[in-house]
Write a protein that binds this ligand. Structure first.
Ligand code: ADP
Ligand code: ZN
Length: 538
């Protein structure tokens, strides 16, 4: 039988130990919990594994009424509810998976004040009657989990999230807490804006995971590389291997098994019983490796995952960071290992092109892909890149007067050969500046590359771009190489791609490159691999 509601008004620290069995709060948990208990709104940015759930679960218990948790992951609600009930918390979920009778019972319990926590899928809120139902009960708080789903430019946009802004009007006196593990500065701003969290306090935890070693290698034979990585460096340890398709998941799991690794496959196409078995073995036994599509891992809480491997390029840095964040939650040394090759890029570009979404969606996906590639192809400390990407300061890792060095990523441990791309970067920037000045507008990367390579098209002649002084000055380099340069400049913030067409514009710092005050360094292998000969290569 559900426990008595004894936690209302209690001290949060006592609730933490009595209900959850922990003796102290972590990081900013305590400040967040006390702020929300006091009725304040909050925006919480915390990395995966940071302990976000406590931030709304404890206030749900301590405040009068039910804490309503909006979560997009219907498949996970069941697990979350089950875990809370085990701890004696009166929890339930309302989602489309419920039968009519079950739904009635949840509604009754809510209205009777018998629920501490109620999970709700965002789309339920727009279903007829839900708002009315909620109004008839007493609400302790609203928690908006995975709040980055409200961002149209994020990697995981869900239209239903846009409606959550209305909570502020329906329940002006109920505190709201929005939480996410994947917020770039823009997403952060969008969350506050679209959810109408104007007066909210912002809690931004450090996104650094110092015990994770980042390694990104170029793909020769992904399967052989993976087997040698797992057997050679992580024999007998638990890990997750991510692949993009179900077929690759199954083939890879089989190959690992053939190589003597205790591997299981996990993807949405497998029967529920098989998935459950894979998950249970991974959680309960030692040294099981799960090969999975991204469907695996959300809500899975295993502290001693020693490695996360990607054998296909993730679609965004947000996704990569979230997935690699599942390694080393116990704080012990762990690895995030990724192999990628040009084929990944070609394949993903084709997938984006053949997508029936609108131009803006495709441009957005391209932007995410380019950022991911910029990480892979960068010559900078991986950790510094990631921290900056999430709007955080990498300076604790700055060497005096020198570059950032975390000492625990492949770039720091084994610096790559670099290629001085200053000259092509200057050419590209000049072309953009000139088209802007002389034609009164600028274009997407393709057009600028045509100009630099002196390749005519109907559009080029129509706009008389072949009369620009930069026409043909970069014929030395292939389209792929130029794309590499564009991507690098976009990634380092020297160029911006604007609007749904990705029109290029130079950032202020690009002028320093143009004046020769700032060198542009790229990975040598990127340029060599993208098609060879170059006057300026070393
Ligand atoms: P997130 O949602 O941020 O990924 P979770 O809320 O799932 O993280 O918490 C991650 C893990 O940390 C869970 O095992 C959780 O029980 C544990 N945890 C959370 N807060 C504390 C704490 N104060 N002390 C010890 N463990 C904690
Ligand atoms: Zn580093």
């Amino acid at each position: 039988a559900p426990a008595e509601p004894t936690m209302v008004g209690r001290d949060p620290l006592e609730v933490l130990s009595e209900v959850f069995g922990y003796d102290s709060f972590r990081g900013e948990q305590e400040d967040i919990v006390r702020h929300v208990i006091g009725g304040g709104d909050a925006v919480v940015l915390m990395p995966t594994g940071g302990g976000k759930s406590i931030c709304y679960q404890i206030p749900s218990l301590v405040r009068e009424g039910t804490g309503v948790v909006l979560s997009p992951l219907v498949a996970l609600m069941h697990d979350q509810v089950a875990a809370l009930r085990l701890a004696g918390v009166r929890a339930a979920a309302l989602n489309s998976a419920l039968g009519l009778d079950e739904r009635r019972e949840v509604e009754r319990a809510y209205l009777a004040g018998e629920l501490d926590v109620l999970y709700l899928a965002p789309e339920r809120l727009s279903a007829p009657g839900t708002v009315e139902l909620l109004r008839r009960g007493r609400i302790a708080l609203f928690a908006i989990d995975e709040a980055h789903c409200v961002s149209q430019w994020g990697h995981d946009f869900r239209p239903d999230y846009l409606r959550l802004g209305a909570l502020a009007e329906h329940w002006p006196d109920v505190p709201r807490i929005a939480l996410t593990a994947t917020a770039t500065p823009e997403t952060h701003r969008e969350i506050a804006e679209r959810l109408h969290l104007d007066g909210a306090r912002h809690f931004v935890s450090s996104f650094d995971r110092p015990n994770i070693r980042y390694r990104i290698e170029s793909k020769q034979n992904a399967r052989a590389q993976l087997i040698s990585f797992v057997r050679g460096e992580h024999a007998g340890e638990a890990g997750i291997v991510y692949a993009l398709s179900r077929k690759r998941v199954e083939q890879t799991a089989a190959a690992l098994r053939d190589a003597g690794v205790d591997a299981v496959a996990y993807h949405a196409g497998l029967p529920a019983s098989e998935r459950l078995e894979a998950q249970t073995r991974f959680l309960r036994e030692d040294g099981v490796v799960v090969v999975a599509t991204i469907a695996f891992g959300m809500g899975i809480d295993k502290p001693d995952v020693r490695f996360v491997a990607h054998i296909d390029l993730p679609k965004s840095i947000e996704g990569y960071y979230q997935e690699t964040g599942r390694a080393g939650r116990d704080g012990l040394p762990s690895e995030a290992w990724l192999v990628y090759g040009l084929q990944d890029v070609v394949q993903q570009r084709q997938m984006i092109e053949s997508n029936d979404g609108d131009a803006a969606t495709r441009a957005n996906q391209t932007r995410h892909l380019n950022q991911m590639l910029a990480l892979c192809e960068g010559v900078e400390c991986r950790r510094a890149f990631l921290l900056r990407y999430f709007g955080q300061d990498p300076s604790p890792y700055a060497e005096t007067g020198g570059p950032y060095r975390c000492g625990n990523c492949d770039v720091c441990l084994n610096p790559p050969k670099t290629w001085d791309a200053t000259v092509p970067a200057q050419m590209l920037i000049s072309t953009i500046v000139r088209t802007q000045r002389e034609r009164g507008r600028t274009f997407a990367a393709g057009q600028h590359i045509d100009v630099l390579r002196g390749v005519g098209s109907e559009r080029v002649t129509q706009l008389r771009l072949d009369e620009l002084t930069t026409w043909g000055i970069g014929a030395e380099w292939s389209v792929a190489q130029w794309r590499g340069v564009v991507r690098h400049l976009l990634a380092t913030g020297l160029l911006e791609a604007r609007g749904e067409w990705g029109v290029l514009a130079p950032a202020q710092a690009a002028l320093a490159v143009q004046r020769g005050e700032m060198p542009v360094l790229m990975r040598e292998e990127v340029i060599v691999r993208s098609g060879g000969r170059s006057r300026y290569g070393s």
